[in-house]
Design a protein around this ligand. Structure first.
Ligand SMILES: [Zn+2]
Ligand SMILES: [Zn+2]
Length: 736
C-alpha cells in the first residue's frame, strides 16, 4: 500500500491545496500537471496534480482517494506551474482558481485534451491470414478485407463511401478479423519552409531595432520599442520573429483588443502563412482547444492573442511581444486582477526569452524602468512612410455656437477634406445618444437606481441604459415624477453626432464604430474593410478607433471633447487622456497625405492640452513622472488596494476598519507602508452595492506583499466576511 499523498489543486476560492491518496486499483502513473477527478464534499471536481508528499506517521486524518486520472501525460509543464505559483503569490489570489486560466473551458471541465478524432478500422493478425475463398459466401466482408489488405487502414466513414454497411463491419469485428481504433486529426501541419513570404524595406532605426532584438535570442531581455504612431513597430517585431521561427521556436504576441485580432492575424499571415493562429474569446470551444493543443504541442509557430493568451502553455517559447503595452485592457479588473503585461515579463524571465513592449505612448511604469536601464529602449522617431506627424489646432469652445457639439471650424475642415476625397475621423469616447435625460418641467433626471450614475439615452433601439451596471429601462413617454412629456436629452453621444452628420453630409457615409454598433462577431472587421476601400467617408467612434489601426486615407482627426478626463479624481487620469489623444491623433496622415488634428476644448490653455498640441507625448510623460516622483506615488512607490462591497455603505466601510484595527501587524512592516482610507470608491454605489477601498503604498515591494499576506490570512476568515465581497488589487490601474 502506497501511503504517499498527492496535493491536488481544485478550482475553489481558498488558498490551500488538498491532499488525496492515489486512485484505488489504478496503475496509471501520476504526474505533476495532469488532471484528476477528486471527491470534494458531495461533489466531484476536476483538479490538477500539483505536488507529492509523504504521509506523516502522526497524521491520522482520513484522506480520500483520487477517483480517476484524466491525463496520462501532463498538460502543464514546469514553467506554467512556476508562472501560476508566482501569480498566486504576487496577486494574492487562490492558485486553484488561477490554474483554470491555463485551460480552455472544455479541458477545464474535464473533457479530453485531444484534437478531433476519427474512427478507423484495420485487420487483426487473425484477419490478415484470411484468404479470398474463406469469405466467398459474404461478398461484403470479402470486399472490406481486400480493401484493408490494400490500404492497411481506413476510416469507418470512408468504408461507408465504398458501400460497406455497418453490419459487414460488425460481422467481421465479432469474428475477430478486424478491430477499431481512433486517431487524432491535427488541424496544423508543421511547415518546413521557413522563408518569409514578404517583407518591407526598413529604415535605419527599424533595422537597428530588429538587429538588437535578434541578438537577444535565448536571453531574457526586455525591450521598449518606443515608436511614434505610424513608425512601423509591427514591421520591426515581425522581422525579429522571423529569426525566432527559423530557430524552430514559437512567438507569442499579446494584443489589447479582440477587435485588432483579425487585422493582426492577416498581417502575420502575409508573412508567415499558416504558421499563425489567434486565440481569443470569440473563438468557439473546439477552436480554442485546437489552438491550445497547437501551442502546447509546438505545432503552431506564432500565436496572437488577447490578455488570457499569456497563460497558453507553449512547447518552445522563443519570444513574447506585448503590443500597445500601455493599454488598460491588459489588466483584468475583477476577480483575478492580473496584468497580462506584467505576467508576460515574469514568464519571459523564467523561460529565458526576450520580451518586446511596443507602444507610441508607453505607460509611466515602463518609462521609469527604461530610464533606470532595466529595459533596453529601441526608439523609432520617424514615420515608416516618411510622412510627418499631424499638425494640431485647438478650437476654443467658449462662447461658440455649436451644432450638436461640433464647431463650425471642425465642420468646415471636414467638408474640405471630404471634397478632396479624403476620410475624416471624429472621436468621442461616449456611446449612446445622450448621457442623460432631464424633465424640463420638474427637473427629473435619468438616474440609475443601482449606481451613482445617470442612465444614457439610446435611440437605436430606443431605451435608457446604464453603462456601469448594464441596467436597461424603457424610454419614458411621460415624466415619472410629474407626468409631463417635455424632455431634454442632455449632452452628446456617438449616436447623436451620427444623426447630425448624416443630415449635414447626406451624400457621405458616416460609419459609427463603437461597442454598440460592433456587437456582431465580424462587424468590426467589416467596417474596417469598408474604410480601407478608401472612399471619402466619416468614421465616428470611441476608443475602439484609437487602438493601433492603420487608416491610410484619414487626413483629419476631430476630437469632439478634449476636456473629458482632464479633471479626473484618479491620479492616473491625465496619463490615460494623453495616451488616448496621442493614439487617436496618430490615425491622421499615416500614409502619403499630410494629416491634421482639431481638438475642441473649453480650456485650450490648460497645460495638458497645450502639451498635446505640441504633439510630444515624451515631454508630457517626463513631466508627469517628475510629478509622481515628488508625491511618491506609482511608479515611484508600489500600490495595492483592498476593496469591500456590500448592500450597505457602512458595512463595507466597517469591514475595512475592522480588518485594519483587529489585524496584528508587525511594527516593522507597518512602518514601511502608507495607508490611505478606507474611502468610498469614486463611484461608491455600483450595480446595487456600496464600494469602499483601502489604498496601501510602499517604497518597497516585498514589504507591501508582507502586509498583504497578513491581511489575506485574515480576509479568508469566514466570520469576518459574511456580508461583504472583498478583493485585493495589486498594482491597481483604475479607481472606477
Ligand atoms: Zn417632470
Ligand atoms: Zn447602473
Amino acid at each position: 500500500m502506497n501511503s504517499d499523498l498527492i496535493e491536488v489543486l481544485v478550482p475553489i476560492p481558498l488558498m490551500e491545496k488538498f491532499s488525496y491518496l492515489p486512485p484505488k486499483n489504478s496503475k496509471v502513473s501520476l504526474k505533476q500537471g495532469a488532471r484528476v477527478l477528486v471527491p470534494f464534499g458531495r461533489r466531484t471536481l476536476v483538479g490538477v496534480i500539483w505536488s507529492f508528499s509523504k504521509k506523516d506517521s502522526s497524521d491520522h486524518r482520513k484522506y480520500k482517494h483520487i477517483k480517476e486520472v484524466l491525463d496520462a501525460r501532463p498538460l502543464l509543464d514546469s514553467n506554467s506551474i512556476d508562472l501560476a505559483e508566482w501569480a498566486s503569490r504576487y496577486y494574492h489570489y487562490p492558485l486553484g482558481e488561477i490554474i483554470s486560466y491555463f485551460f480552455p473551458p472544455s479541458i477545464r471541465k474535464g473533457k479530453e485534451a485531444n484534437f478531433k478524432e476519427s474512427k478507423y478500422i484495420e485487420l487483426t493478425s487473425k484477419g490478415s491470414f484470411l484468404k479470398d475463398e474463406d469469405l466467398a459466401r459474404t461478398p461484403g466482408q470479402k470486399k472490406l478485407v481486400s480493401l484493408l489488405k490494400e490500404k492497411r487502414e481506413i476510416t469507418i466513414k470512408s468504408a461507408k463511401a465504398f458501400g460497406i454497411s455497418a453490419a459487414v463491419i460488425n460481422g467481421l469485428e465479432q469474428k475477430g478479423y478486424i478491430s477499431r481504433f481512433s486517431r487524432e486529426l491535427s488541424p496544423y501541419k508543421k511547415l518546413e519552409n521557413n522563408k518569409l513570404l514578404s517583407s518591407k524595406k526598413l529604415n535605419m532605426e527599424q533595422a537597428q531595432a530588429v538587429e538588437a532584438i535578434k541578438e537577444s535570442q535565448g536571453k531574457n531581455q526586455t525591450f521598449l520599442l518606443d515608436g511614434i504612431t505610424g513608425s512601423g513597430k509591427t514591421e520591426v517585431y515581425l522581422q525579429a520573429i522571423q529569426e525566432v521561427v527559423n530557430k524552430g521556436k514559437q512567438a507569442l504576441i499579446l494584443i489589447p483588443e479582440i477587435g485588432l485580432a483579425p487585422q493582426a492575424e492577416e498581417r502575420f499571415k502575409e508573412y508567415f502563412g499558416d504558421r499563425v493562429m489567434s486565440f481569443h474569446s470569440a473563438k468557439n470551444d473546439r477552436e480554442k482547444v485546437d489552438a491550445w493543443l497547437g501551442a502546447s504541442r509546438g505545432l503552431v509557430d506564432i500565436i496572437i492573442g488577447t490578455r488570457s493568451s499569456v497563460f497558453l502553455p507553449m512547447k518552445n517559447l522563443g519570444m513574447i511581444v506585448v503590443d500597445e503595452e500601455h493599454d488598460l485592457s491588459f489588466k483584468q479588473m475583477d476577480k483575478f486582477r492580473y496584468s497580462a503585461r506584467d505576467m508576460a515579463l515574469y514568464r519571459a524571465k523564467i523561460e529565458k526569452v526576450p520580451v518586446v513592449l511596443a507602444s507610441a505612448t508607453p505607460s509611466l511604469e515602463t518609462l521609469k524602468n527604461a530610464q533606470e536601464n532595466k529595459y533596453k529602449v529601441l526608439k523609432l522617431s520617424k514615420r515608416a512612410t516618411g510622412a510627418n506627424l499631424p499638425t494640431f489646432q485647438a478650437v476654443d469652445l467658449r462662447g461658440k455656437e455649436l451644432n450638436e457639439g461640433l464647431t463650425n471650424e471642425l465642420l468646415e475642415a471636414t467638408q474640405l477634406e471630404l471634397s478632396q476625397g479624403n476620410q475624416v475621423l471624429i472621436f468621442l469616447n461616449r456611446r449612446g445618444y445622450a448621457p442623460s435625460m432631464i424633465c424640463k418641467v420638474c427637473g427629473w433626471i435619468s438616474n440609475c437606481e443601482r449606481c451613482d450614475a445617470l442612465m444614457t439615452v439610446h435611440k437605436n433601439p430606443l431605451k435608457l441604459h446604464c453603462h456601469h451596471c448594464e441596467a436597461q429601462k424603457a424610454y419614458p413617454n411621460l415624466c415619472p415624477s410629474c407626468d409631463s412629456n417635455d424632455f431634454l436629452s442632455y449632452g452628446f453621444g456617438t449616436e447623436r453626432i451620427e444623426e447630425f452628420l448624416n443630415n449635414h453630409f447626406p451624400k457621405v457615409t458616416t460609419l459609427r464604430i463603437d461597442s454598440d454598433s460592433t456587437r456582431k462577431k465580424e462587424s468590426l472587421n467589416e467596417y474596417f474593410h469598408e474604410v480601407r476601400q478608401g472612399k471619402p467617408m466619416i468614421l465616428l467612434g470611441t476608443q475602439l478607433l484609437a487602438k493601433g489601426h492603420h487608416f491610410p486615407d484619414v487626413t483629419l482627426v476631430g476630437i469632439v471633447d478634449a476636456d473629458s478626463g482632464l479633471f479626473s479624481a484618479d491620479f492616473r487620469g491625465s496619463e490615460r487622456v494623453a495616451q488616448l489623444m496621442t493614439q487617436v491623433s496618430g490615425r491622421a496622415g499615416r500614409d502619403k497625405k499630410p494629416g491634421r488634428v482639431i481638438l475642441q476644448s473649453y480650456c485650450p490653455d490648460h497645460p495638458q492640452i497645450e502639451e498635446i498640441i505640441t504633439g510630444s507625448y515624451d515631454r508630457f510623460a517626463k513631466r508627469l513622472l517628475e510629478e509622481r516622483k515628488a508625491s511618491k506615488i506609482p511608479p515611484f512607490s508600489f500600490q495595492a488596494k483592498i476593496f469591500a462591497e456590500s448592500p450597505r455603505s457602512l458595512i463595507s466601510r466597517d469591514f475595512i476598519l475592522n480588518l485594519l484595527n483587529k489585524t496584528k501587524i508587525d511594527e516593522k512592516i507597518k512602518a514601511n507602508v502608507r495607508i490611505v482610507g478606507p474611502l468610498p470608491s469614486i463611484m461608491e454605489k455600483k450595480s446595487g452595492v456600496y464600494r469602499w477601498e483601502l489604498s496601501i503604498f510602499s517604497k518597497n515591494r516585498s514589504n507591501l506583499h508582507k502586509f498583504l499576506d497578513v491581511m489575506q490570512s485574515r480576509l479568508y476568515d469566514p466570520k469576518l466576511s459574511k456580508q461583504v465581497r472583498w478583493s485585493i488589487d495589486v498594482d491597481p490601474l483604475s479607481s472606477i
